[in-house]
Write a protein that binds this ligand. Structure first.
Ligand code: SAH
Ligand code: F3S
Length: 443
């Protein structure tokens, strides 16, 4: 029987929400009788879950879809789903002739049917927005047994002028708190102890009755949940209620990823970020006052239209002032249909490239010195998996620092008390902290 079952292979690009969406896609197809394979050559259906945030993300996907073509069988299906599918729609079918399925983030429920049509020779497209869609009844197929992403909000109602997300994921909507809690309870029963709540501006979560503070408190109270994270918040949505909940709820980890984009108020205005340099800094201050030892990471864009050298220097000085633990740094990428396309004063690519190098260097220098200062301190880590290289295990502190420790695979999923012994500047090595080791021997 099983050799007649269809096999699906999904490759995921982009943000954590795409990782979570892939788990939903696998759940939907699993319900329809598909088996999952991690070898494209074995698959009847190959899907690429895509990102549209920057042009280089899309170029990479074109390349990859071209490579996957050779694994497509007679009667098989090669589909592009996710944000790039939504952005380009049926146009993708013309641009990549061997693709026969294009489905946006709100259309996954229709995948079983659309795949059947594509397998029958039709070229199937669904890029409709469905603002009610939360895939509430879909049993996500989880690949990680320890830590889970839980999407609590889809879409985005901000209109940052550089950003394609409102065009690819539609209007913001939040799941009901009770539905989120039910899902987390199920995850916890299965052994998950760490949950990351996902949304484009996740702290603006509101289900009509409950806000993000309620959600944090309620999810953290689920039996078995030891660590609660969220990404990404927007500075304007850190109400006192949310900050209080973060400070009071033990399970909420001491890390916030708070995209700043630029340190120059002039640029922030043109980006329509709705905060100034000063109000961003004030937000970080409030968070750090409420949550001692909070790690703060960010996203930065350089070369936004009209960005002068002086503006850029303000971004550098903000990085030095906040002393971020880390940052994702990007060169501005023009996205068709976004408002920033109309801003005239284009920054030449070599200037943007050179600013990118400088900001990366500043970020690294600060991260390195902060991390060097942490060597010798003790932390609780959650062991995640085998490290990419060697015999070590990869674990994370509550502040989201990566620590490599010695140990066997049975430690995966466990919490260990460790002392940081060294750092490469970005990741750490650690050993069991002495006190706990004695306790463990006695206990
Ligand atoms: N609301 C989401 C943003 C998703 S996009 C969040 O806060 O996580 C992730 C990051 O990509 C943004 O924070 C921004 O720094 C970067 N980005 C978005 N659009 C971009 C563009 N057109 N060019 C370069 N970087 C971009
Ligand atoms: Fe994009 Fe701004 Fe929303 S960066 S996802 S439009 S908050």
């Amino acid at each position: 029987m099983s050799d007649t079952m269809k096999r699906v292979y999904v490759e995921t690009y982009g943000c954590q929400m795409n990782v979570a969406d892939t788990e939903l896609i696998l759940g939907l197809l699993g319900r329809d009788g598909y088996l999952v394979t991690d070898t494209p050559a074995d698959a009847d259906v190959i899907l690429v879950n895509t990102c549209a945030i920057r042009d280089n993300a899309e170029q990479r996907i074109y390349g990859r879809v071209g490579e996957l073509k050779r694994h497509k069988r007679a009667g098989g299906v090669l589909g592009v789903v996710g944000c790039m599918a939504q952005r380009l729609g049926a146009g993708l079918l013309d641009r990549i002739p061997h693709v026969d399925l294009v489905v946006g983030p709100d259309g996954y429920r229709g995948l079983p049917e659309l795949i059947r049509r594509a397998a029958g020779g039709e070229r199937a497209v669904d890029v409709e927005f469905r603002s009610w869609e939360h895939y509430e009844d879909v049993p996500a197929v989880r690949t990680n047994r320890v830590s889970a992403f839980v999407t609590v909000q889809r879409g985005c109602n901000y209109r940052c002028t550089f950003c394609v997300v409102p065009m690819t994921r539609g209007a913001e909507r939040s799941r009901n708190l009770t539905d989120v809690v039910r899902e987390v309870e199920g995850l916890a029963r299965g052994g998950v102890t760490e949950v990351t709540l996902l949304g484009q501006t996740v702290n603006s979560y509101h289900d009509g009755t409950h806000d993000f503070a309620d959600l944090l408190r309620r999810v953290a109270s689920v039996d078995g949940i030891r660590r609660l994270r969220f990404t990404s918040p927007h500075p304007n949505d850190f109400s006192h209620r949310v900050v209080d909940a973060m400070a009071e709820v033990r399970e909420v980890c001491e890390h916030v990823h708070l995209p700043v984009q630029s340190g120059a108020t002039r640029v922030l205005k043109r980006m329509l970020r709705r905060y100034s340099r000063e109000s961003y800094l004030a937000c970080v201050d409030r968070l750090r006052t409420a949550i001692p030892d909070l790690a703060v990471t960010t996203d930065i864009i350089v070369g936004f239209p009209g960005e002068t050298e002086e503006d850029f220097l303000e971004t550098e000085s903000l990085v030095r002032e906040v002393r971020f633990d880390d940052a994702f740094t990007f060169k501005y990428s023009v996205r068709d249909g976004t408002p920033a396309v109309k801003i005239k004063s284009h920054v030449p690519d070599d200037v943007a490239g050179e600013r990118l190098e400088r900001i990366i260097d500043t970020v690294r220098r600060i991260a390195r010195s902060k991390n060097a200062g942490l060597v010798g301190t003790t932390h609780e880590v959650l062991v995640a998996k085998r490290a990419r290289r060697g015999e070590l295990l990869q674990s994370r502190t509550r502040t989201n620092k990566v620590v490599l420790i010695e140990g066997t695979l049975d430690l995966v999923g466990s919490y260990q008390h460790i002392r940081l012994t060294g750092t490469t500047g970005s990741t750490f090595t650690g050993v069991p902290a002495a006190v706990r080791r004695e306790l463990a021997v006695i206990g």
